[in-house]
Design a protein around this ligand. Structure first.
Ligand code: CA
Ligand code: CA
Length: 221
Protein backbone atom coordinates (compact mmCIF):
# COMPACT_ATOMS: atom_id res chain seq x y z
CA UNK A 1 0.00 0.00 0.00
CA UNK A 2 1.33 3.42 -1.00
CA UNK A 3 0.88 6.06 1.65
CA UNK A 4 0.39 9.39 -0.02
CA UNK A 5 0.78 12.56 1.96
CA UNK A 6 -1.59 15.39 1.08
CA UNK A 7 -2.30 15.62 -2.63
CA UNK A 8 0.75 13.72 -3.77
CA UNK A 9 -0.28 11.69 -6.82
CA UNK A 10 2.44 9.12 -6.58
CA UNK A 11 1.36 5.63 -7.57
CA UNK A 12 4.13 3.14 -8.01
CA UNK A 13 4.41 -0.57 -7.85
CA UNK A 14 6.62 -2.79 -9.89
CA UNK A 15 6.91 -6.53 -9.74
CA UNK A 16 10.27 -7.90 -10.75
CA UNK A 17 10.28 -11.49 -11.87
CA UNK A 18 13.70 -12.87 -12.53
CA UNK A 19 15.64 -16.01 -12.97
CA UNK A 20 18.73 -16.83 -10.94
CA UNK A 21 21.92 -15.59 -12.55
CA UNK A 22 24.51 -17.08 -10.25
CA UNK A 23 25.78 -20.65 -9.87
CA UNK A 24 24.78 -20.51 -6.19
CA UNK A 25 21.18 -19.55 -6.69
CA UNK A 26 19.23 -17.78 -3.96
CA UNK A 27 16.59 -19.95 -2.32
CA UNK A 28 14.09 -20.20 0.53
CA UNK A 29 15.47 -22.54 3.17
CA UNK A 30 13.15 -25.45 3.83
CA UNK A 31 11.58 -25.38 0.38
CA UNK A 32 13.16 -28.51 -1.06
CA UNK A 33 10.52 -29.02 -3.74
CA UNK A 34 10.93 -25.46 -4.99
CA UNK A 35 7.32 -24.31 -4.95
CA UNK A 36 8.17 -21.13 -2.99
CA UNK A 37 6.45 -22.27 0.21
CA UNK A 38 7.54 -24.40 3.14
CA UNK A 39 4.87 -26.93 4.00
CA UNK A 40 4.31 -30.63 4.59
CA UNK A 41 5.24 -31.46 1.02
CA UNK A 42 8.84 -30.45 1.68
CA UNK A 43 9.78 -32.93 4.42
CA UNK A 44 7.89 -35.56 2.43
CA UNK A 45 9.98 -34.70 -0.64
CA UNK A 46 13.11 -34.89 1.52
CA UNK A 47 12.22 -38.36 2.81
CA UNK A 48 11.28 -39.60 -0.66
CA UNK A 49 14.58 -38.32 -2.02
CA UNK A 50 16.62 -39.88 0.78
CA UNK A 51 14.91 -43.25 1.00
CA UNK A 52 12.95 -43.80 -2.18
CA UNK A 53 15.41 -42.52 -4.75
CA UNK A 54 13.90 -40.52 -7.55
CA UNK A 55 14.97 -37.27 -9.11
CA UNK A 56 17.60 -35.39 -7.16
CA UNK A 57 16.47 -31.92 -6.04
CA UNK A 58 17.86 -29.06 -8.05
CA UNK A 59 18.55 -27.06 -4.90
CA UNK A 60 19.81 -29.35 -2.16
CA UNK A 61 20.71 -26.36 -0.03
CA UNK A 62 17.03 -25.45 0.21
CA UNK A 63 16.37 -28.78 1.87
CA UNK A 64 18.95 -28.16 4.58
CA UNK A 65 16.40 -26.81 7.02
CA UNK A 66 18.64 -27.01 10.07
CA UNK A 67 21.52 -25.39 8.14
CA UNK A 68 24.16 -27.87 9.24
CA UNK A 69 25.53 -28.31 5.74
CA UNK A 70 24.00 -31.75 5.23
CA UNK A 71 20.76 -32.95 3.70
CA UNK A 72 19.47 -35.83 5.78
CA UNK A 73 16.52 -37.07 7.81
CA UNK A 74 17.22 -34.47 10.48
CA UNK A 75 16.09 -31.79 8.04
CA UNK A 76 12.75 -33.45 7.43
CA UNK A 77 12.24 -33.77 11.19
CA UNK A 78 13.33 -30.16 11.71
CA UNK A 79 10.76 -28.89 9.22
CA UNK A 80 8.01 -31.08 10.67
CA UNK A 81 8.85 -29.78 14.13
CA UNK A 82 8.67 -26.21 12.84
CA UNK A 83 5.37 -26.74 11.03
CA UNK A 84 3.47 -28.72 13.64
CA UNK A 85 5.01 -28.42 17.10
CA UNK A 86 6.22 -24.85 17.26
CA UNK A 87 9.87 -25.66 16.72
CA UNK A 88 12.41 -23.15 15.42
CA UNK A 89 12.08 -21.87 11.88
CA UNK A 90 14.54 -22.83 9.18
CA UNK A 91 17.65 -20.68 9.20
CA UNK A 92 18.34 -17.69 6.97
CA UNK A 93 17.31 -16.90 4.31
CA UNK A 94 13.90 -18.31 5.37
CA UNK A 95 11.33 -16.83 4.98
CA UNK A 96 13.07 -14.80 2.30
CA UNK A 97 14.65 -15.92 -0.94
CA UNK A 98 18.35 -15.17 -0.79
CA UNK A 99 21.78 -16.73 -1.01
CA UNK A 100 23.18 -19.00 1.67
CA UNK A 101 25.47 -16.84 3.81
CA UNK A 102 27.34 -19.88 5.14
CA UNK A 103 29.65 -22.00 3.00
CA UNK A 104 28.89 -25.71 2.81
CA UNK A 105 29.09 -28.55 0.31
CA UNK A 106 25.42 -28.43 -0.62
CA UNK A 107 24.71 -26.86 -3.96
CA UNK A 108 21.81 -24.90 -5.33
CA UNK A 109 22.05 -25.17 -9.08
CA UNK A 110 18.53 -24.02 -9.81
CA UNK A 111 15.83 -22.32 -7.80
CA UNK A 112 13.29 -19.74 -8.96
CA UNK A 113 12.55 -17.11 -6.35
CA UNK A 114 8.99 -15.81 -6.16
CA UNK A 115 8.65 -12.33 -7.66
CA UNK A 116 9.52 -9.52 -5.31
CA UNK A 117 6.86 -6.96 -4.50
CA UNK A 118 8.61 -3.60 -4.55
CA UNK A 119 6.88 -0.49 -3.38
CA UNK A 120 7.61 3.19 -2.94
CA UNK A 121 6.31 3.65 0.58
CA UNK A 122 6.58 7.42 0.64
CA UNK A 123 8.39 10.49 -0.63
CA UNK A 124 8.58 13.23 1.96
CA UNK A 125 10.20 16.57 2.54
CA UNK A 126 12.52 16.50 5.54
CA UNK A 127 14.46 19.65 6.31
CA UNK A 128 16.37 20.72 3.23
CA UNK A 129 16.20 17.29 1.64
CA UNK A 130 13.82 14.69 0.29
CA UNK A 131 13.48 11.26 1.81
CA UNK A 132 12.43 8.36 -0.39
CA UNK A 133 11.40 5.23 1.49
CA UNK A 134 11.36 1.98 -0.48
CA UNK A 135 10.27 -1.46 0.58
CA UNK A 136 10.57 -4.93 -0.88
CA UNK A 137 9.36 -8.38 0.05
CA UNK A 138 12.88 -9.62 -0.52
CA UNK A 139 15.51 -8.31 1.86
CA UNK A 140 18.22 -6.01 0.64
CA UNK A 141 21.42 -8.03 0.89
CA UNK A 142 23.54 -7.22 3.90
CA UNK A 143 26.74 -5.75 2.55
CA UNK A 144 29.38 -3.43 3.86
CA UNK A 145 28.79 -1.29 0.79
CA UNK A 146 25.46 0.40 1.19
CA UNK A 147 23.14 0.44 -1.78
CA UNK A 148 22.73 3.52 -3.92
CA UNK A 149 19.66 4.89 -5.60
CA UNK A 150 19.85 5.22 -9.37
CA UNK A 151 17.30 7.13 -11.41
CA UNK A 152 17.48 6.75 -15.16
CA UNK A 153 20.85 5.01 -14.83
CA UNK A 154 22.39 7.97 -13.00
CA UNK A 155 23.48 8.05 -9.39
CA UNK A 156 21.00 10.10 -7.44
CA UNK A 157 21.96 9.39 -3.90
CA UNK A 158 24.65 7.53 -2.04
CA UNK A 159 23.10 8.29 1.32
CA UNK A 160 20.94 5.48 2.57
CA UNK A 161 20.06 3.77 5.78
CA UNK A 162 18.16 0.78 6.99
CA UNK A 163 15.88 1.96 9.77
CA UNK A 164 16.15 -0.18 12.89
CA UNK A 165 18.01 -2.87 11.02
CA UNK A 166 14.96 -3.70 8.95
CA UNK A 167 16.32 -5.24 5.80
CA UNK A 168 13.12 -4.96 3.80
CA UNK A 169 12.89 -1.18 4.04
CA UNK A 170 15.45 1.40 3.04
CA UNK A 171 15.41 5.19 3.05
CA UNK A 172 17.37 7.36 0.64
CA UNK A 173 17.96 11.03 1.26
CA UNK A 174 18.25 13.31 -1.77
CA UNK A 175 18.88 17.00 -2.03
CA UNK A 176 16.12 19.01 -3.64
CA UNK A 177 18.36 19.51 -6.66
CA UNK A 178 18.83 15.76 -7.00
CA UNK A 179 15.13 15.15 -6.60
CA UNK A 180 14.14 17.85 -9.08
CA UNK A 181 16.54 16.27 -11.58
CA UNK A 182 14.73 12.95 -11.41
CA UNK A 183 12.42 12.51 -14.36
CA UNK A 184 8.89 11.34 -13.78
CA UNK A 185 8.49 7.81 -15.03
CA UNK A 186 12.20 7.14 -14.87
CA UNK A 187 13.38 3.68 -14.02
CA UNK A 188 14.54 3.61 -10.42
CA UNK A 189 16.90 0.90 -9.29
CA UNK A 190 18.80 0.10 -6.15
CA UNK A 191 22.34 -0.94 -6.99
CA UNK A 192 25.79 -1.23 -5.47
CA UNK A 193 28.99 0.57 -6.40
CA UNK A 194 27.85 2.25 -9.61
CA UNK A 195 24.66 2.74 -11.54
CA UNK A 196 24.11 0.66 -14.63
CA UNK A 197 21.40 0.89 -17.26
CA UNK A 198 22.06 -2.72 -18.24
CA UNK A 199 19.52 -4.52 -16.10
CA UNK A 200 20.95 -7.90 -17.03
CA UNK A 201 23.75 -7.01 -14.61
CA UNK A 202 21.37 -6.74 -11.70
CA UNK A 203 21.32 -9.48 -9.14
CA UNK A 204 18.05 -11.41 -8.93
CA UNK A 205 16.84 -9.72 -5.80
CA UNK A 206 17.78 -6.18 -6.71
CA UNK A 207 14.68 -4.18 -7.06
CA UNK A 208 13.07 -1.96 -9.58
CA UNK A 209 10.83 0.90 -8.65
CA UNK A 210 9.20 3.28 -11.11
CA UNK A 211 8.35 6.86 -10.35
CA UNK A 212 5.08 7.69 -11.98
CA UNK A 213 4.00 11.30 -12.48
CA UNK A 214 4.42 13.00 -9.16
CA UNK A 215 2.92 16.26 -8.04
CA UNK A 216 6.10 17.72 -6.64
CA UNK A 217 4.20 20.75 -5.40
CA UNK A 218 3.35 18.83 -2.25
CA UNK A 219 6.98 19.01 -1.28
CA UNK A 220 6.96 22.79 -1.40
CA UNK A 221 3.87 23.19 0.74
CA1 CA B 1 7.88 -26.30 -0.82
CA1 CA C 1 20.75 -30.38 7.43
Amino acid sequence: MVRRPGRCTLQALVVLACAPLLPAAPFIRGDLNGDATVDLSDPIATLLHLFQGGTAPTCRDAGDSNDDGQLDIADALYTLNFLFTGGPAPGFPFPYCDEDPSADTLDCAEYVCPPAQNEIVSIRSVGDGIEIELSTTRPFPARALYPILCIGGVLSSSLSRHPDGEATTIIFTLTREEFDGAMDGALVTVQYGACSEDLTDLRPYWGLWIFEPLDKGILDA
